[in-house]
Design a protein around this ligand. Structure first.
Ligand code: PEP
Ligand code: MN
Length: 362
């Protein structure tokens, strides 16, 4: 598949090496939209205004978005502030509404929708024959083929202005971030589809403004083509995603602090650095998993100590060794290496439980 790069989509506005998209999670009322847009339009590098009209919320009791009413406000933003406009669509009816009014320059498909091939196909069908630009968020769970599948459905419908948005993946374990980046997945996406632009969405990965800088900088460092950052005129009053939205002033400050690469040719040929970035991401996940394992070991240690059970259980240990080695060998790992690794982990687990038993928990 050959895609048009995001900075060639709109001649006048996007001829920049790195694309910044900013705006509120959701359009809430006319004043909030216009005030946010006015402030954002003063920030030099922001070219695209984002704002959700239809919000895919986890529960029906949360704010669901203002729907097509908000298109009027976005029309005003476009007229007054010379920003391109993007919003989320989740079904054919949304697409129809968006295409009819002509206010929206770029649509995006959200993580929940991308997770459902029927929905993506419905959207792709309704886009046939149009030239609208589409950004495709990663699906909720780390399924690269599903992400590529969604892109392919749009491509087959004739869309060539396609970009991907990396917003991280649902964390099955508690984590400081709202979504786990799993950087190796967008890196692999870029490896398989080199002409595809990738936009980072640090807001939805972070879930909290305090982590946005580090995630945004990482996305820049590994050669992403742009960033989408949720920005609200008054974040604490936001009706959705209040904790992760920056004020326009904070956005300006963030953009000043980030170190941008001169030229984003980083992904063009898979380099040593490219593979090292994948390794970095995987190593941090390995360590995080080990820490999670040790937390469970502590719980077991407490239980054993309360019930006066012995710490070492030969049958359990043999079973762990057998099953893990069998599994690892199937994945092409060396048996000796697996044995040593398991022994090391097991030893540390026993030590931890011993400390708990002795009341000297470290
Ligand atoms: C959003 O961008 O506001 C949004 C709903 O994102 P996601 O689909 O990534 O959860
Ligand atoms: Mn949001």
């Amino acid at each position: 598949m050959d895609f048009e790069k995001i900075n060639t989509w709109f001649d006048k506005l996007l001829q920049t090496d790195f694309v910044i998209i900013a705006g509120p999670c959701a359009a809430e009322n006319r004043q909030q939209v216009l005030d946010t847009a006015r402030e954002i339009s003063q920030i030099e590098n922001v070219k695209i205004f984002r704002s959700g009209l239809w919000k895919p919320r986890t529960t029906p009791n949360s704010f669901q978005g203002v729907g097509e009413t908000g298109l009027e406000w976005l029309k005003e933003v476009k007229e007054h502030y010379n920003l391109l406009i993007t919003t989320e669509v989740a079904n054919a009816k949304h697409v129809e509404t968006v295409l009819e009014t002509g206010v929206i320059d770029i649509i995006w498909i959200g993580a929940r929708t991308v997770s459902n091939p029927f929905s993506v196909q419905e959207i792709a069908d309704s886009l046939k024959g149009t030239d609208i630009a589409v950004m495709v968020k990663n699906p909720i769970h780390p399924d690269l083929r599903l992400w590529i599948g969604a892109i392919e459905r749009l491509y087959k419908a004739g869309i060539r202005k396609i970009a991907a948005i990396h917003r991280g993946f649902y964390p099955f374990e508690k984590s400081k971030l709202r979504n786990i980046p799993k950087w190796e997945i967008p890196i692999e996406l870029k490896t398989q589809l080199p002409s595809l632009s990738i936009i980072g969405d640090p807001s939805h990965i972070a879930g909290d403004t305090k982590y946005i800088f580090e995630i945004a900088q990482y996305a820049i460092n590994i050669g992403f083509d742009g960033l989408m950052i949720e920005t609200h005129i008054n974040p604490s009053q936001a009706l959705s995603d209040a904790k992760q939205q920056l004020t326009p002033l904070q956005l300006k400050d963030l953009l000043n602090k980030l170190a941008f690469r001169k030229k984003n040719n980083h992904f063009e040929t898979p380099s040593l650095e490219h593979y090292r970035n994948q390794i970095d991401s995987i190593d941090f996940q390995l360590i995080e998993l080990l820490a999670q394992r040790m937390k469970i070991v502590e719980k077991i240690g407490k239980l054993k100590s309360e019930k006066s059970l012995s710490i070492f259980d030969l049958r359990r240990w043999q079973n762990i060794k057998e099953t893990r080695i069998k599994f690892g060998k199937k994945l092409g790992l060396n048996e000796e290496f697996l044995k040593k690794l398991l022994q090391l982990i097991h030893k540390e687990s026993i030590n931890k439980q011993q400390n708990i038993k002795n009341g000297t928990k470290k």
